[in-house]
Ligand binder design. Structure first.
Ligand code: SF4
Length: 342
């Protein structure tokens, strides 16, 4: 069994987030990443995806983060996923692997679960909706029954599973009840709550504006919702939503936990050409989409990733934090500088 290395060797970041550059089959209306599927296909076919994934392995080996979060594309369908997970398993305590559960039965049967380091994996999924009509609208009619069958089949695997429901949905309580009735989760399931995040080009801005009033209230009453969902003591609720709740009081970004300590290093693909590959990296989930430090693979030193957290000027962009869209219209946002936005 894999052994996580001595914590004294760990780098600064508690968690590292990466993207597997392999296309996803889903067409979720709230997701800007799906627009990159043609690009991800091209990167995979040209071998660039594998080269970038190999680089991610090196970063994880070097930084030894407590947790790794892997999104996509669709990591479960990436042909080398078992190789990737085995390569990082000795360098982290927990591998959080995101899936859409949106693929055919035959693709599902080809996922190599038995070759994966199951004891390290938490299989994560955010519900687009667990209400069949809303589901159809938001997924371009991916069959709800197939989605449910995929969840039932895959969650029989001996690994931890985490499902996050969207706080913004008025039907949240009904979705939780239907999930419990159809999936019948056991003790290996964990539950959490998530707010809709704004994505590239303001794709979710309207939904945030329409729902922010009751979403704010729900963020503050998280305990009540979790108890109402009968999720018990094993429920997973500490996440960005809970961490970010202090900002909702008055928009004071200096209270943001992502600024005070290196909680997260998150990478995204930026560009690839004859000169090499460039990644973008940031330190939180809500950074304005127009900002990110660049990292040139093979040219830049890995030290830069940590140095910019302590010495870089990323704080200057926090007045455009995407989480601030949840503030009521009349809230003044306080910044470290003397800029005031209302
Ligand atoms: S943009 Fe700034 S305030 Fe917002 S989550 Fe990121 S670090 Fe925190």
């Amino acid at each position: 069994m894999a052994v996580w290395r001595n914590s004294a060797r760990r780098g600064a970041f508690k968690s590292i987030r990466i993207q597997i550059l392999y296309p996803c089959n889903a067409k979720c209306s709230w997701c800007a990443t799906r627009l990159k599927n043609p690009l991800f296909r091209e990167l995979y076919q040209s071998g660039v995806s594998d080269a970038i994934h190999d680089y991610y392995i090196k970063v994880i080996e070097r930084m030894q983060p407590e947790k790794v979060f892997i999104s996509g594309g669709e990591p479960l369908l990436y042909p080398r996923i078992a190789h990737f997970l085995n390569a990082i398993q000795d360098h982290t305590q927990q591998i959080n692997l995101f899936t859409s559960y949106q693929f055919s039965e035959s693709l599902r049967q080809r996922i190599p679960f038995t070759q994966m380091p199951m004891e390290k994996i938490v299989l994560c999924h955010t519900m687009i909706s667990f209400e069949p009509r809303a589901w159809a609208d938001m997924t371009a009619n991916f069959p709800f029954e197939l989605y449910v069958n995929n969840i039932k089949a895959i969650t029989r695997q001996p690994l931890r599973k985490r499902f996050k429901f969207i706080i913004n949905h008025k039907s949240l309580e009904e979705e939780i009840a239907l999930f419990q009735e159809q999936i019948k989760p056991d003790q290996s399931f964990e539950f959490g709550l998530k707010v809709i995040n704004d994505q590239g080009g303001g794709i979710n801005e309207t939904a945030i504006q329409q729902t922010r009033r009751f979403t704010n209230k729900r963020v503050i009453d998280l305990d009540e919702i979790l108890i109402g969902g009968h999720w018990g003591s094993k429920s997973y609720k500490v996440g960005s939503v809970e961490q970010m709740a202090p900002l909702l009081e008055d928009g004071d970004v200096t209270l943001c936990p992502y600024r005070s300590e290196p909680l997260e290093l998150r990478f995204a693909f930026y560009r690839s050409n004859h000169k090499g590959q460039v990644l973008k990296y940031r330190y939180c989930p809500y950074f304005p989409s127009d900002f990110g430090y660049r990292f040139h693979i093979g040219r830049d030193n890995l030290d830069k990733l940590e140095r910019n957290f302590y010495k870089g000027s990323f704080h200057n962009h926090c007045h455009k934090c995407r989480f601030l869209k949840y503030l009521p219209e009349d809230t003044a946002i306080e910044l470290e500088s003397d800029v005031l936005i209302s």
